[in-house]
Design a binder for this molecule. Sequence first.
Ligand code: GLP
Length: 238
Amino acid sequence: MKLIQVADYEEMSRSAAELVYTELENIRTLGLATGGTPLGFYEALRERVRQEGRSLQHLHTVNLDEYLGLAADHPQSYHYYMNEVLFQHTDIPSPQTHLPAGDAEDPYAEAARYDELVTRLGVDLQLLGVGANGHIGFNEPGSSFHGRTDVVRLAEGTIRANARFFGEGERVPEQAVTMGIGTILESRRILLLASGARKAEAVRALLHGAMSEEMPVTALQTHPDVTVIADEAALSLS
Ligand code: GLP
């Protein structure tokens, strides 16, 4: 595992964008993540792409997860998020951008379809954030390290943490479709970003802890090509 230590959120975002940008010609399928952590990364990446007038037409993207029950045009859906932060600013053809459909009639069939798609495309580089409880994608503590894309229930803490993205009184979905840990581990390369003291325990477990399904992020210890970019606060317990 390669650790890149940075001072703060801004440096994490810039250094991740630089890493992905310089690798772009070697990436056909890019795995993407949502949440607060990669917002600065997407901003830096789209700025770099714009400055250089770089075409991303060759890229296929697959996102980790989507809330169950939210259609693509729902402002809190990850579809919407991805359009806002990246897709609409680039020339990636929209049929090449993929997320699980949160409003699928049969979410289990959708999860199976999505897993097959991700496997067929093969992810060259997967971007990851991490939850305070160590979750990756929406794989909460207790998830199998061999799990495939599935319908899952969010932990209480995750629902509370993600409530900040929803309006007051708006219900945060309690279920999602997420790539499984087994699916994620098949990516050729993984880039995990962590910023802030809230992530310090999960980062400590990733770098120094024992592998345990109670701390999903520790599954990455078995992967041969993981880069972690973490800031001082996220590394404060390491
Ligand atoms: C969310 C997402 C994850 C994300 C994590 C951390 O629930 N499903 O992909 O990495 O929680 O979120 P944040 O970056 O906002 O702290």
